[in-house]
Design a protein around this ligand. Sequence first.
Ligand code: ZN
Ligand code: ZN
Length: 219
Amino acid sequence: LIEKMPLKPNVGIWQTLLSVCRMHGDVEMGKQVGEILLRREGNNPANYVMVSNMYAHAGYWKESEKIRETLKRKGLKKEAGRSWVEMDKEIHIFYNGDGMHPLIEEIHEVLKEMEKRVKEEMGYVHSINFSLHDVEEESKMESLRVHSEKLAIGLVLVRRGLKLKGERVIRIFKNLRVCGDCHAFIKGLSKVLKIVFVVRDANRFHRFENGLCSCGDYW
Ligand code: ZN
Ligand code: ZN
């Protein structure tokens, strides 16, 4: 399908196919797609991380490790993850693990509370696997909790309250792809709070509503 498209497939399309290969454990196709990606855009660390994760999820540890070593050898560094949200004509930017915002304690508190509710009502648990989406070693639960998109959502909830009087759509922007853990969390949150979240990440728009996302979990 991709090869027959009237448009030349961009990197995002190959990345999406690679991500689907990971989900289905299709290493054979994943390997081919990975080669195309690394040929097309060999200086983008995200591609190496995606290929490495595809192998790791299928249990091909040696291959996964090899890709990571190439990434290191090339000295490529991932752009720092950041998310932003506009509130009252002001843009608030958060980085992963950001502790700078004046409301950061309240943000952590509301996120913990939401995590508990989503867990109780939706059975959400941190999926550590997905922390592999990132180049940095973010394998711990603590670091998943402070992903920038969660912090941005936390700020809106702190400032507007859980009822969000009036507007019931929250729009968040992220420079990288949203990770699987945040994706699962935001899905749950959309159901628990009856709020629509629209998250535009590096790849696409995600519209979270009533416990589901418009991407159908493919991104
Ligand atoms: Zn995340
Ligand atoms: Zn989605």
